[in-house]
Ligand binder design. Structure first.
Ligand code: ADP
Ligand code: MG
Length: 323
């Protein structure tokens, strides 16, 4: 059900001279959901986020929140807050003063702004480091401070531009779980930009896939993964083959392809061990087919590049693509 707290983009467009960074996009971000904006570099994700936040003027369209067009409003009056890729903390201010900064600018008195800052630091588990300077924190800790600083304004919509990209792989997985937990606790909308499909699959209630300035597909992660609408989405989500069969294009999941002597003749090209499965590519005529073979199945009958194999799949697992 739609509510006035949903964020709606209507014909939203951004042009930079001759470049169209965002082309006429329409979307409703359901209040209280975790949405991942996913797509390759340069497809318009950051521009979309910056327009929502008010850090970028729009060329056309509108941005609706609480029943009004917030596009003409300055960032601080939109009910949105943005956490930047670089965190952008003030180096000479303590953690607490960084978090309290926006309230200081609004003229909020010191006890009130410190109380609010401390509450946010508690939320992100950083109370014990409130007196430190940013340079005395790890990357993960700086990120929490940046998060607290964005949340202190009590936004309805929190915008995060590649918030995990500066973290090492272990920390990234831990922090993403924390982000999800925080979003659930706060019950507000998170719009998280990423170019990592794993990250989007793990976090999102809804994935919005962008390509070349437009929204290519939006839906529940499982829907986007199992029923990609276009070849682009199938390839970008990974783990899919795109096959041309009888003039139509189909997606076929790599884990639906079996090595089976009775199947279609092919020649193994590459074999990569990936832990719980083995990724085998095989040339079948002009097409290169990717199969994820369960580890135990593979090692019961190991194959090497150059081997002849048969490839088989259940016809019902072919998923027809548009365009
Ligand atoms: P993404 O975040 O998906 O990597 P961006 O939104 O940053 O992509 O950029 C989308 C397109 O807009 C790119 O072609 C980029 O070069 C262009 N672009 C972004 N910001 C500017 C700018 N300030 N001036 C001119 N072109 C820009
Ligand atoms: Mg970007």
């Amino acid at each position: 059900m739609r509510t006035k707290d949903d964020l709606e983009l209507v014909h939203l467009t951004k042009r930079y001279g001759d470049t169209v960074a965002v082309r006429d996009i329409n979307h409703v971000f359901t209040h209280g959901s975790y949405v991942c904006l996913l797509g390759p570099s340069g497809c318009g994700k950051s521009t979309t986020l910056r327009m929502i936040a008010g850090h970028e003027e729009i060329s056309d369209g509108s941005i609706l929140l609480r029943g009004q067009d917030v596009a003409p409003l300055p960032p601080a009056r939109r009910g949105t807050a943005m956490m930047f890729q670089s965190y952008a903390l003030f180096p000479h201010l303590s953690v607490r003063d960084n978090v309290a900064f926006s309230m200081k600018m609004k003229g909020v008195d010191k006890p009130t702004r410190y109380r609010a800052a401390d509450e946010m630091l508690e939320l992100v588990d950083m109370s014990h480091l409130a007196q430190r300077l940013p340079a005395q924190l790890s990357g993960g800790q700086q990120q929490r401070v940046a998060l607290a600083r964005a949340l202190v304004t009590k936004p309805q919509v929190l915008l995060l531009d590649e918030p995990l990209s500066a973290l090492d792989p272990f920390l990234r997985i831990r922090v993403r779980a924390e982000l999800k937990k925080l979003q659930r606790e706060l019950g507000i909308t998170f719009i998280h930009v990423t170019h990592g499909q794993d990250e989007a699959l793990a976090l999102a209630d809804e994935i919005v896939v962008m390509n070349d300035a437009v929204i290519e597909q939006a839906g529940h992660p499982r829907e986007v993964f199992t029923a990609p609408r276009t070849e682009f989405v199938a390839r970008f989500m990974g783990g899919h083959n795109v096959l041309q069969l009888g003039g139509e294009r189909f997606a076929l999941r790599a884990d639906d392809v079996r090595l089976d002597g009775a199947g279609q003749a092919a020649v193994v090209r590459t074999v990569e061990y990936q832990g719980h499965h083995v990724a085998v590519t095989a040339a079948m005529g002009d097409e290169e087919v990717l199969a994820f073979v369960p580890e135990a199945t593979f090692f019961a009958a190991p194959r090497a590049p150059g081997d002849s194999v048969g490839l088989a799949w259940d016809e019902a697992r072919l998923h027809r693509l548009q365009g």
